[in-house]
Design a protein around this ligand. Sequence first.
Ligand code: FRU
Length: 486
Amino acid sequence: MGPLLVWVLSGCACLTSASPLAEDDALAERDRLLAQAERSVAEAGRKLKNDPTRPIVHLLPPGNWMNDPNGPIRFNGAYHMFYQLNPYGDNWGNMHWGHFRSDDLVFWKDDPIALWPSKSRGEEHCFSGAAVVRPDGKLMIFYTSIGKRDPEQWAAVSEDADARTFRKHPANPLLTLKDHGGLKIDDWRDPYVFREGSKWYMVVGGHRAGGKGCILLYQSGDLDHWTFRGIAHEGTENNWECPNLIRIGEKWVLIYSPHGPVRYKTGTLDLSAGRFVPEHEGVVDVGDYYAPNGLYDAQGRHLLWGWIRGFPEGKGWNGCLTLPRVLGVTASGRLTQQPLPELKALREAQSSSAKASVENGHAVVGTGHESTWEVELTITRKSAKQVVIKLLAEGRPTPLLDFTWQGDDLRVGESKLPPPSPGSRTLGLKIFRDRSVVEVYTEDGGCVARVVADADRPWDLWLEAEGGGADLQLERWPLRTIWKGR
Ligand code: FRU
């Protein structure tokens, strides 16, 4: 074979597979780095087995730090959730992709760590991203590769039908900052990939140099080659991270994390013009919440998980995900969220119920030691001007949670929730308490996730009524853990 032909062949081959020697080295490096990361997580996990503050119905690594949920997807009949993992500490750093798997979205198990920084290629972190199923049936992960260079969009492809091991895509980087022509983009990260018609689309977060947070749109026919289409939408905050662009019924919903409360816009997406046009906007969760990511389940529902952050340091773990939330959009374009109904499978058989009527005072409507439970309650605000639900830890004056309903105003602490229908006198609430995490859902689809202290103390649940009377009825279930095999 002449030298030219050899060059042409190996030149073509590099899009589909690296040279065998380089590939062997890359796989040996992968196996070594992943084994080291797994050992570190397992060791952290052994130390925190008896920590009574560590949630048991919220997704979190066996040990050490997590942040964003990444690339949730249904693949070969199972649900996969990846996440930003620091295997080497309970603080942010060394970003890998951890991996959970579930058959039913309720009970989960740990899978081997999926992505590692390819040190020999100058990669230091595998930042957030998305997963899709390739036409050849493999799972493909898109993520932002960070090193001592500009960020790049990289991919990895599963080796097996179970998606337990991945190889970096031989054509990495799939996109670099140079692909934007003369446009200068900063903080370029967190690809989200979806299919419409015969094409694939990707949105990535960031902002024009000197501009505002935006989503940049790219297009591909085969997932391996991408072209830049332009800025599909620009906002008012300085930067946007972790965009999701999802379709719910007739509407498109853009969710983004602007280094503050996570926001959404509902509107229309014109892919021929490459533009998202918003019609309505709001906050996804007013609590200790960031960087959500979601999937379409087998029934076509869109489920969303966010990162719950703000736990104390130094416990050998830090961070968890919210419960899976089913998204909806109202006629006026408001985003609604409800806990996945199948979570009822976590309820222990024996529930306790309570009823109370209060007139200008308070009543204790629940009390206990166990710290992982769900409450469903209905408040009837008769003549009361204000009704407050409080979760109190024994011996602590400041409530773990205070939920206030006054006029048409709903609040958790100081943070507003979407109001119930005007003039409404009854309100349904669901509260999940999982040790140091509380999530509250209103029947109108508002919700909040909060980190709370004193998970190891006995607690009381109070109803308070001011300026008149109010009734309450509730049912409470202890919850069992979501973990299989931990
Ligand atoms: C959001 C974020 C992402 C980034 C990841 C790094 O929390 O900053 O923008 O990809 O975390 O861990």
